[in-house]
Structure formats: structure tokens, C-alpha cells
Design a protein around this ligand. Structure first.
Ligand SMILES: [Fe+2]
Ligand SMILES: [Fe+2]
Length: 401
């Protein structure tokens, strides 16, 4: 049974939610609170899986409530359901909410959002990791990309294309921009995975405010830099993005799904950023163990942390509302045979691109590289296409160099 707490100062709204959701969500225990203060009392009495709150409330508002929830109950999923879509309200809750829904929100969308977030959390059994990911509101960026972005935003000639170009060269920035644009505040009816489109939708003024005032992006810390080469990760990720798109195009995936492919490739190892920036010393140990014992890093991660970077990344992106196809590709990129879909899809392209990029740049590797899932590729009938993909990826790589 999942426990969901709804918070709104208007009793009519709470009654509406109760009426709408009760018949369709029999597996939930729902509680309702009319203020931030009473919500905290309810939370103190028993743990909740999800808190869904209004933004504007007298006394403690939604952003303050969620900041408290993040501090006291880090594993609880935090969702804003607000009638306000002003820049100010976005800025207020950007650092504390996992998802933003706008009122009026249809019951099915609300049910789906909550159920999906709960299912993702259940897939990660480690409570420590659940808390750690839930507290991740920003991901570290490449220092050079961060400084370049700041300079561009302060320049009178800054434009959407240039900003998007900088963002798409960085894993952390790409993830955060897609998180924001897929929130209901921006009124998108379709999920967006193309960074240039995302920057255009958010608009230059919102992006400036988010970066300069809300500091949604951050440079990687010195401590993390000592254990982890973010340059190598970003270079690998961006090349995997380009290769994923090229491979996906040969499998008949067309626009707009091809946009998912580039972002899916760029984000496939985002879980490494979460692990390395939150637990640098342990991650250094994991890398050393992989190297000494010549075991793929993801296997060592599972043994040491109870989950791999693939599962950690998928949980974060799912919590941030990214499309299922991207979350699935990230989750299974090392174990594609575990995925229920047994046909050529984004996951196939990411899995193959990841390995072929490592084959092409094996000198960059300090830990044993992952291997192609031969059984899976045979099963979906694409094993004999590898030579074709190798030559396409060689062309993509030469172009990127
Ligand atoms: Fe990986
Ligand atoms: Fe990778």
C-alpha cells in the first residue's frame, strides 16, 4: 500500500482530489492536510511515500513545506500541484520538487505520475540510495561548460542556439533542462527531449534566472574531481549520444523520436555523476576494485552499493519526469536482456553505441569495459548489423573529433 499525502489550503480542492482518486486508486492510503504546518504533523505520525502540495498557502507555502520534507524525510517523493505558473513560483520550487503538475490536473495524469514515481522507487531497494537520489536537485557540470554558459548568459548577444549548444555538451545541464521543460509549468502536452527546443520553450529570461539566481547548474567539486574524470565521462556521453542517434536512424526510428535518441545516449551514464558526486570516496574504491579485479564497474557498483549507475540514473530521470523510453534505455544499457521490450528500440541503440564508443576509444578506459549482450542482439535479430554500425560510428566519431 502506498501512502500519499495531499496538501492544499482549499478544502474544495482536497474534496475534489478525494472524489476523483478514491475509485481509481484503491491501492493507495490517502491523507489530506489543509496547511503546511498540519502536513508536517501528519508526516511526523507516519511515513509517506509521496507528498503532493499546492504552492500558494497562507503561513508555510508549498516550497517551504517541500524543503522541510526533503530535510526530514529524504526518501519521500515531492510533487507540486499548483495553479500558479509564474516565473517566481518556478524559481521557488525548482530546488525542492521532483515534479511539477499544474491545476487543473486530470485524475489519470496525477495517478500515472504518482504510480510511476513509486514504481521507480520500488525498483531501487537500497534505502540509502533512494534518499541520496531524492536529495539530488542538481548535477555537477564540466567547469569549462559552466563558465562558458555564464559568460554567454551575460553577453548582450546571447541566443537560444548558442545556449543549447553549450547545454547539450554537458550531461548534468542536459538532464536538468529536460527536467524543467517536462514539468507542467511550461504547458507542454508532449514530452520534450531536444535540448534546443527545451531552451527555446523555457526562454532566455527563465534560463538566465534559473542559472544565475537559482543556481540550477553547479560546477563539479574539487573533491569529486579528484576521484572522477568528468571530462572523460562527458566526452564519452556526448559521443554515445551522436552514435545512438546514427544507429537508431538505421533501425527506422524517425523524428521526433530521434531526439530522444541523442538525449538518451548523452544521459545513459548520468548515474555515475550522482554516485561520484555524492559518495566520492566510496566511488573511488569501486573504480579501484573494478580495475584490480578486472570486473566491469557496474557489477562492482551492484555489489558495493546495492544498485548500478544505470539503475541510479534511471531512478533520477524517472523522478524528474523524463520520457519512459529514455528512462528504460538508461536503466538497462548494461543489461538489455532484462528489458521486457524485445525489439529494436532506443535501448538497443544506446547499448550498442556505449560499447562501440568504448571499443573505439579503449585507451581512455581505466576499468574493464562492458561487453555487447550477444544473446539479446541475436534475439532481436540485429547481431549481424554490428559491422554496419561499427562503420557508421567510426564516421560519427571522425566527425565529432
Ligand atoms: Fe554505463
Ligand atoms: Fe557508458
Amino acid at each position: 500500500m502506498k501512502r500519499i499525502l495531499f496538501v492544499d489550503d482549499e478544502p474544495n480542492v482536497l474534496n475534489g482530489l478525494r472524489r476523483m482518486l478514491r475509485p481509481m486508486c484503491k491501492e493507495w492510503v490517502m491523507e489530506f492536510a489543509e496547511s503546511g504546518e498540519s502536513a508536517l504533523n501528519v508526516l511526523a505520525a507516519a511515513p509517506f511515500d509521496v507528498v503532493v502540495t499546492d504552492m500558494r498557502m497562507p503561513g508555510m507555502d508549498g516550497a517551504d513545506l517541500l524543503a522541510k520534507v526533503a530535510e526530514l524525510y529524504p526518501q519521500t517523493i515531492r510533487i507540486v500541484l499548483s495553479g500558479q505558473s509564474s516565473e517566481e513560483s518556478i524559481f521557488r520550487c525548482v530546488g525542492v520538487a521532483h515534479q511539477f503538475l499544474s491545476k487543473p490536473c486530470d485524475a489519470e495524469r496525477l495517478r500515472r505520475t504518482i504510480s510511476r514515481a513509486c514504481a521507480l522507487r520500488d525498483s531501487l531497494s537500497e534505502a540509502t540510495l533512494q534518499g541520496l537520489i531524492s536529495q539530488t536537485v542538481r548535477l555537477p557540470s564540466l567547469p569549462s561548460a559552466y563558465l562558458e554558459l555564464l559568460a554567454e548568459l551575460r553577453s548582450p548577444e546571447s541566443g537560444v542556439r548558442k545556449i543549447a549548444e553549450i547545454v547539450s555538451r554537458d550531461v548534468g545541464m542536459t538532464a536538468k533542462v529536460l527536467h524543467l521543460v517536462n514539468s507542467a509549468f511550461f504547458g507542454m502536452h508532449q514530452q520534450v527531449t531536444d535540448v534546443e527546443r527545451a531552451v527555446a520553450i523555457l526562454g532566455m529570461s527563465t534560463i538566465s534566472g534559473l542559472v544565475l539566481s537559482c543556481k540550477i547548474f553547479s560546477q563539479i567539486s574539487l573533491q569529486t574531481m579528484q576521484v572522477f574524470s568528468i571530462e572523460a565521462l562527458v566526452k564519452h556521453s556526448v559521443e554515445v549520444g551522436a552514435m545512438t542517434r546514427a544507429i537508431a536512424a538505421t533501425g527506422g526510428i524517425k523524428q521526433p523520436e530521434l531526439d530522444d535518441c541523442f538525449s538518451g545516449g548523452v544521459l545513459h551514464d548520468v548515474g555515475k555523476l550522482v554516485l561520484a558526486s555524492n559518495m566520492p570516496a566510496q566511488y573511488l574504491d569501486a573504480q579501484a576494485k573494478a580495475q584490480t579485479n578486472q570486473i566491469p564497474l557496474w557489477m562492482v557498483e551492484r555489489e558495493m552499493f546495492g544498485a548500478t549507475h544505470a539503475e541510479v540514473g534511471a531512478y533520477l530521470l524517472g523522478l524528474w519526469g523524463l520520457p519512459d523510453s529514455v528512462v528504460e534505455a538508461v536503466a538497462y544499457h548494461h543489461t538489455p536482456d532484462r528489458c521486457i521490450h524485445k525489439e529494436f528500440c532506443l535501448l538497443t541503440a544506446v547499448h550498442v553505441a556505449d560499447i562501440l564508443e568504448q571499443e573505439a576509444n579503449c585507451t581512455r578506459q581505466s576499468v574493464p569495459r562492458a561487453i555487447l549482450a550477444k544473446g539479446y542482439l541475436h534475439k532481436i535479430g540485429v547481431w549481424d548489423r554490428l559491422d554496419e554500425w561499427r562503420s557508421i560510428c567510426g564516421i560519427v566519431e571522425r566527425k565529432a573529433a
